[in-house]
Design a binder for this molecule. Structure first.
Ligand SMILES: [Zn+2]
Length: 255
């Protein structure tokens, strides 16, 4: 069973090697570049962060009216700007695997909501979506801030750097939303939309669950060594080291 969990974990790792981290090349670029570098990174981060994209896709799924899109996306944006700016400014941090696991859960929540899960399985009205989207915005922003705080930030010009990254996130979000809007508007006109909407949202839920498992697996790594190698061989090696640590640690501590 444990072996199976490791294999599944490693498969997920290989699948999502570049899902969320900020590469070393990016870090170097940041050190040398100015605010524009931060803007670019914010945009790249948004466009390569599957979890943010999946959540937005879930939110956009049933929004046909432009006014509704503006309303919900504004609520989400307000939320993530608040935590992105203030958590970074005041150095509030969390383990990024854990916060990303919670973000993955927000994807599951929206998919569940899209499947009308509240009415069908619990028999209650789904909670106020505008408030939920704002709350989830706060969580996504905290995740973004945790990532931003992994970068060299410095004190001088900190606010401008944060705002540049934030602006980049919004640019990335607009690009992503435009793509989704075109896709969903086209799809909505066809008969297959309603037919496959359940399948699509079940898929969204599964993707959220897989992302959550992947992040929890990453968290398991940080308890031993703060490293999450994407290379399969290195990954297995780290697990072997973890097992060895587990085996010797009880006798290691003096009585
Ligand atoms: Zn692992």
């Amino acid at each position: 069973m444990k072996r199976f969990a490791i294999i599944v974990g490693c498969m997920l790792v290989t699948l999502s090697a570049c899902a969320h981290g900020i590469s070393d090349a990016d870090k170097q670029g940041i050190l040398e570049g100015g605010n524009f570098e931060y803007l670019k990174l914010g945009a790249t981060h948004m466009l390569t962060g599957y979890d943010h994209l999946l959540f937005l896709f879930g939110v956009m799924f049933f929004l046909a009216r432009f006014g509704d899109i503006v309303k919900f996306i504004t609520s989400f944006t307000l939320g993530h700007c608040l935590t992105l700016i203030f958590a970074t400014l005041f150095h509030v941090k969390a383990n990024y695997y854990l916060i990303d696991a919670v973000i993955a859960l927000t994807v599951c929540y929206k998919a569940f909501d899209n499947l009308d899960g509240f009415k069908r399985t619990i028999g209650i009205q789904s909670p106020n979506l505008l408030a939920v989207v704002f709350l989830f915005g706060l969580i996504h922003g905290f995740g973004l801030s945790t990532r931003l705080q992994q970068l060299p930030l410095g004190q001088e010009g900190l606010v401008l750097r944060i705002l540049s990254f934030n602006l980049g996130v919004e640019v990335g979000q607009i690009v992503a939303l435009s793509g989704m809007w075109i896709l969903l508007t086209g799809w909505r006109k066809t008969a297959s939309f309603m037919k496959f909407s359940k399948v699509a949202n079940a898929g969204l839920m599964a993707a959220g669950l897989l992302l959550m498992l992947k992040q929890l697996h990453g968290y398991e790594h940080t308890r031993f060594i703060d490293e999450f190698p994407f290379n399969k061989e290195e990954h297995f090696q780290i697990h072997e080291n973890m097992d060895r640590n587990r085996d010797i640690s009880p006798t290691d501590t003096p009585p």
